[in-house]
Design a protein around this ligand. Structure first.
Ligand SMILES: [Zn+2]
Ligand SMILES: [Zn+2]
Length: 346
């Protein structure tokens, strides 16, 4: 089968590989029907993910059809359409039992697919712990609608959940890329009083304004964001801040726009260390929540998609066959043609 492979620092290549086989009783083999490219794939390519293993097939956001299951897989059966979770988790350890599945203590716990074990920019993928890692897609939901369930949408849902958003809140989201917009869609379900999205890219700003006209969009390059947020909040700053951008100054922006006693949720993956200037923020009494997605609400997310409460299909700006994946990466990585997300069809 064809599989897009991490060869070495800076180099991915489409190559012929053996079709994966079941290795454990809880494995499933999934025929990939649609996969996507994520910015984390680009991070691997650039060497920013040290634990990524050369030789693995990349790709960790995909949907497909179950082809074969191990003897202990009960949640799905061959023929089921499924969304694949970016995270591998056993379901039994302390962290899994408490919903902190990102910290599952299994050797493949957390983000393994397309990083430490073969992923889904390929015709087939082996999914470990399939009872946890696969979610059945209902007949009313298309592959395109379900494509982001296991990764960027799970992230937006989780970030929203831990941010404890109320109806009188002003919520600031920093970053209007794919994860930022997925976060926005989930925040909108909480009906806060105001949502302010910060973004510097003009195409992304236009996209958000076009699709979500009730959201206030502010460009930090053109506007004093601290002042703007103050004017649009009840208590002198944002009640909740979700930092999704991971830019050079975006962490600083996140705590600065927050009001005292706000919750600042940091979802972003930074390429550099950040400074937490405690003397400057003394007395502001902020609560920081950080980390990687606990992707254990995918069934609920699929229900919301089925009820048409979440629709991520406008984000899918390009689709390419697997054979043309090089071109797809070029467009995604270099932000050509107003791209937001690219789908790959094996
Ligand atoms: Zn990802
Ligand atoms: Zn576990």
């Amino acid at each position: 089968m064809l599989a897009y492979t991490y060869k070495e620092h800076g180099k991915f290549m489409l190559e012929e590989k053996e079709k994966p086989v079941l290795q454990e009783e809880e494995d499933a083999i999934v025929r990939v029907t649609l996969a996507s490219i994520c910015s984390s794939d680009i991070h691997i390519k650039h060497g920013a993910v040290p634990r990524a293993v050369p030789g693995i097939t990349v790709g960790h956001e995909m949907v497909g059809i179950v082809e074969e299951v191990g003897s202990k897989v009960t949640k799905v059966k061959p023929g089921d359409r499924v969304a694949v979770n970016v995270e591998t988790f056993c379901g039994n350890c302390f962290f899994c039992q408490n919903g902190y599945v990102n910290n599952c203590t299994d050797k493949n716990g957390g983000w393994a697919l397309g990083c430490r074990i073969d992923g889904g920019q390929a015709e087939y993928v082996r999914v470990p712990y399939a009872n946890q890692g696969l979610n059945r897609i209902g007949d009313a939901i298309t592959d395109e609608e379900a494509l982001f369930v296991g990764d960027v949408l799970a992230t937006g849902y989780w970030a929203t959940k831990i941010s404890e958003i109320g109806s009188e809140d002003t919520v600031v989201i920093i970053g209007g890329g794919p994860t930022g917009i997925c976060t926005l869609l989930c925040v909108m379900l909480k009906n806060p009083e105001k949502i302010i999205l910060c973004e510097v890219d003009h195409e992304r700003i236009t996209f958000v304004k076009e699709h979500y006209p009730n959201v206030l969009v502010v460009n930090p390059k053109e506007t004093d964001v601290e002042e703007f947020v103050r004017q649009h909040s009840r208590h002198g700053g944002a009640d909740r801040v979700l930092e999704v951008a991971g830019g050079r100054n975006t962490f600083e922006l996140a705590w600065k726009v927050a009001r005292p006693n706000a919750i600042v949720t940091v979802v972003a993956l930074y390429e550099e260390e950040q400074i937490l200037p405690l003397p400057q923020m003394y007395g502001k009494n902020l609560t920081f929540k950080t980390g990687g997605v606990d992707g254990c609400d995918c069934d609920e997310i699929l229900r919301l998609i089925e009820q048409k409460k979440i629709d991520t299909t406008p984000l899918l700006t390009h689709t390419f066959p697997l054979r043309e994946i090089e071109q797809a990466y070029d467009i995604f990585e270099n932000r050509k043609e107003g791209v937001i997300k690219v789908a790959i069809r094996p």
